[in-house]
Design a binder for this molecule. Sequence first.
Ligand SMILES: *[C@@H]1O[C@H](CO)[C@@H](O)[C@H](O)[C@H]1NC(C)=O
Ligand SMILES: *[C@@H]1O[C@H](CO)[C@@H](O)[C@H](O)[C@H]1NC(C)=O
Ligand SMILES: *[C@@H]1O[C@H](CO)[C@@H](O)[C@H](O)[C@H]1NC(C)=O
Ligand SMILES: *[C@@H]1O[C@H](CO)[C@@H](O)[C@H](O)[C@H]1NC(C)=O
Ligand SMILES: *[C@@H]1O[C@H](CO)[C@@H](O)[C@H](O)[C@H]1NC(C)=O
Ligand SMILES: *[C@@H]1O[C@H](CO)[C@@H](O)[C@H](O)[C@H]1NC(C)=O
Length: 523
Amino acid sequence: MMSVCWSISVLLAVVVIAAEVILTNGSSKCVARSFGHDSVVCECNSTYCDSVGSASLPPLGGFTSYLSSRAGSRLEVTQGQVQANSSGAGVRLTIVPQQKYQRIRGFGGSMTDAAAINILSLSAAAQDQLLRQYFSGEGIGYSVVRVPMASCDFSTRLYTYADRPGDYGLDNFTLAAEDVNMKIPLLQRAQALSPRRLDLLASAWSAPAWMKTNGALTGKGSLKGRPGGKEHKTWAQYYVRFLEEYAKYNLTFWALTTGNEPSAGRLTNYSFQALGFTPEEQRDWVALDLGPALQASSFPRTHILILDDNRLLLPHWAKVVLNDVHAGKYIHGVAVHWYLDALIPAEISLGATHHLYPEYYLFGTEACAGWSPLDRGVKLGSWARAEQYAHDIMEDLNHYVVGWTDWNLALDHTGGPNWVKNFVDSPVIVDAKRDVFYKQPTFYSLAHFSKFLLEGSQRVGVSASEETRLEYSAFIRPDNSVVLVILNRSPSEIQFEVWDPAVGYISSAAPAHSLITLGWNTS
Ligand SMILES: *[C@@H]1O[C@H](CO)[C@@H](O)[C@H](O)[C@H]1NC(C)=O
Ligand SMILES: *[C@@H]1O[C@H](CO)[C@@H](O)[C@H](O)[C@H]1NC(C)=O
Ligand SMILES: *[C@@H]1O[C@H](CO)[C@@H](O)[C@H](O)[C@H]1NC(C)=O
Ligand SMILES: *[C@@H]1O[C@H](CO)[C@@H](O)[C@H](O)[C@H]1NC(C)=O
Ligand SMILES: *[C@@H]1O[C@H](CO)[C@@H](O)[C@H](O)[C@H]1NC(C)=O
Ligand SMILES: *[C@@H]1O[C@H](CO)[C@@H](O)[C@H](O)[C@H]1NC(C)=O
């Protein structure tokens, strides 16, 4: 019902909005459209898309500021001079470079079947435009792509790569048409556009039905038998076979997770693909099956990330798995999803896990807007959702997370396709009929981080002179330049001054409901 009303209001909005508003004067400007929400989308087509360009910083003594706001700015760039003296105005944010925290791995999104279907529904030129927006040097710097292994809810059918019952040797393991005809060619094109090697990340939703206690891809079920048994061994080998098949297309994976949301298939009669694990079962499966299988394969350096589920399961889940040296020696990190983040403070989940296990990194592997029953589906131009993204990314980064991966890279205006109608929002919404795509406010939220926090950037301390409603996070990049991201979710402008003892003072103001990335060189 919700989505039907939605389509009608979207149609009306398109008809009513006549004039295009040009908002910024960067290298190419946002063609803004309003669909009746609290802000605008930027429309792109086969020949035009707004871009922030290469975003290089001015020489020592200057700074650059990028602003996006509910009022309509989108990565609007201004430059200024760092001052020798304080203006004394507003809250002072002091950079504390001697307080050093985690180093950034990267940011990205997910090449689901639905994302691939939507991207490929555009003309070839518009497809390129869309991929360039995420992956090229002029794009927003995505370096991570999560790739579902076989089907998930964002597929149009249920399948795995080994659906022949009893195929313990995986003799009939075969990639699907979705991989060969859609996801793989798109990943290859993204890689070709990217100035760096993409970090591909694989997650499986369900094992083949015949390996499972419930004999189905959906519902409540786990692997038959015990860790070390033949189903568990075959399921580990399935990951290796997946890596082998993708390698034939010159696509190698940085990491794999132990499986999407293991709590889903464990606790409830889940409506879409799931495979239940308790933390104890996951620990033993890694120690006895997955870890050894990967070590013995052609891909022993592939990282293993555990959990791949909501962070409220931390630190308990990590304690069970990582306290075990037999499992822990194969594991590199802990992957978290953002759903239900509001229920548990980041400090007692992420912070506690980091302090217990500082040698394992924390990584965000899934997030999307429009998932909650109270705020469902696509909302074109929602700044409120841009704030949800920016707030969560910043909270994660301020609690040791080294990267953040969005869910579907692109969806249609209904928030699909999704075979169980679990429709959600995406930073890019495709309208195949008009051969255009809309960059949502969430796209720019991600960009404020992904474009600027290059791999290897290290978070450093920031100290505020007084209590403030600003949220902030600062980083020193590998070339020693500093990047400070500032979020103002409040309804008023907030005056602030940045003090970097290495260079001086930057006086500025964060407009109501805005996101700012400041950058400057220190040498
Ligand atoms: C934007 O345009 C104004 C007026 O034409 C100009 O002063 C300013 O430098 C421009 N900004 C950028 C980033 O090009
Ligand atoms: C693409 O968008 C630009 C800017 O709005 C417009 O000038 C151009 O005509 C559009 N191209 C096509 C093929 O629709
Ligand atoms: C900056 O402060 C110093 C010492 O406090 C003072 O001597 C100098 O005149 C000030 N410079 C400016 C441009 O206000
Ligand atoms: C499975 O593989 C075997 C041998 O590789 C082949 O003979 C058989 O036709 C395959 N079965 C299916 C259902 O694909
Ligand atoms: C494989 O991909 C890498 C980039 O990931 C590229 O540098 C290399 O040329 C590719 N090799 C082939 C044979 O296409
Ligand atoms: C689980 O849900 C499916 C529909 O999603 C239903 O057909 C099935 O009967 C349910 N099973 C149990 C055990 O409740």
